[in-house]
Write a protein that binds this ligand. Structure first.
Ligand code: ZN
Length: 161
């Protein structure tokens, strides 16, 4: 008898996105992204972090204060990192991301040729940035799929000596 109660593909790749998010050093928001091609192979992974060479111990994760002392001018979002880390042409691929993409990532997603975005959280729904994302996705015919929070996957890092 085979096991029937298994993860769907959407749940599986979203779980990989969540696993990637656990690499983020951001104390407030951990976002992960996973790009999958038509053969259901993972071709890109990312999480929110600073660019190469920009030291996590030097750059600030603050959200408030002098702009140049906050994370905002420096952080690379999970979706953009997944695109930049990808190993193939992304035309027709699906991007899994735990949080609905911002307008800047939406531009990169569209220009990379990604055809479908699967997300869970949409906590910024209705904000101008979010509205701009949805307007661009709509006009570019990128399919949007909201995945219910159906996962009970729990992974915790353990400390090694
Ligand atoms: Zn973004």
């Amino acid at each position: 008898m085979k096991r029937d109660h298994v993860l769907t593909w959407d749940q599986y790749f979203m779980a990989v996105a969540h696993l990637s998010a656990m690499r983020s050093k951001d104390p407030n928001t951990q976002v992960g992204a996973c790009i999958v091609n038509a053969q259901k192979r993972i071709v890109g992974l990312g999480y929110n972090g600073f660019p190469m060479g920009c030291d996590d111990d030097v750059y600030s994760w603050e959200r408030d204060g002098d702009y140049l002392e906050t994370k905002y001018p420096y952080v690379v979002h999970a979706e953009l990192n997944a695109i930049l880390n990808s190993i193939q042409n992304l035309a027709g691929c699906t991007l899994y991301v735990s949080l609905f993409p911002c307008n800047e990532c939406a531009k990169a997603i569209i220009q990379s040729g990604i055809a479908r975005v699967v997300y869970e959280d949409d906590k910024y729904d209705g904000t101008p940035n979010n509205v701009a994302s949805k307007k661009m996705f709509h006009d570019a015919h990128v399919e949007l799929v909201r995945l219910p929070y159906s996962l009970k996957v729990r992974v915790e890092p353990i400390d090694h000596e």
